[in-house]
Write a protein that binds this ligand. Sequence first.
Ligand code: GDP
Ligand code: ZN
Length: 307
Amino acid sequence: MKPARVIKSIGNQCTLETSEGRILPGILKGKLRLKESESTNPIAVGDYVHIEWDATAQVALITEVLPRHNYIIRKSNKLSKQTQILASNIDNAVLIVTPLFPKTSTGFVDRYIATAEAYHIKTILVFNKSDVFDGESAALIDDYVAIYEPLGYTCLRTSAKNITGIEELKLLLKDKTSLVAGHSGVGKTSLINLLAPGVNLRTGKISKQHGKGMHTTTFAEMLHLPFGGYIIDTPGIRELGTVDFEKAEISHYFVEMQAMMHQCKFHNCLHLNEAQCAVKQAVEVGTIHPMRYYNYLSILNNEDNFN
Ligand code: GDP
Ligand code: ZN
């Protein structure tokens, strides 16, 4: 039998979707529940599982959780070493970006991209509210695209208001499992409503105080796209359980640095003031964008300026 997919999960209970599209309640079979695990949740949204139907209890018993291709985690709480798996088997991370109302900085974008890279997930940048891009904000988006596209990150301009770029977005998401994130107010709900009209998420009003929307999503939730594929509505990067980067590994998640760091004199080079640093040389001659390098330094110094 083809595996079923976990589309919602609370403790040992979950909602499953079979390969034929049937929705079933699911529960872990007794012996699986006792398995030692580093994470607090044995099943996560996105897991592929084998099931057997318990006709008496009218529930699908999960007999096996198939190995995860990848997964994103968060710490159960600040003090605990235990982690919670938020979602698994993810193909794309879609980050929705707006130049204004709210402004998304490259610092935030780079932190998000690096975190996704650490999880082996490629980021797609969706620049929403393109209907209001003009002059300065249009130029800003052009700059962003000029930085990120050559690095291999797909960029797309959309407008949920004018319904432009939506068909292109559907093509990127079709038959894939994609995380969707962005600051509150960027139009995530509006875009999801266009992608999966039945879902009808509430859109929030722009809050005058913050210039950011009021609607906040606090749980990971998997939505089936009518044209094929799933999206997982995730909260911001902080709630997303940013992995605690080791200083020496941060540049591994900046693809252009990763590509040349073996040329640095020291294998554990942090690309600060070390002698014969290939990364710093590349910044000086312009093959690495100074903005990316600056944002790398911010993460290295643990600066919390990711708005
Ligand atoms: P979320 O917080 O990211 O889920 O954002 P919402 O979908 O709730 O949208 C926040 C506000 O931005 C709402 O007032 C939307 O009507 C508006 N909005 C969303 N997408 C667009 C767009 O493409 N263009 C314009 N002009 N406004 C948009
Ligand atoms: Zn270096």
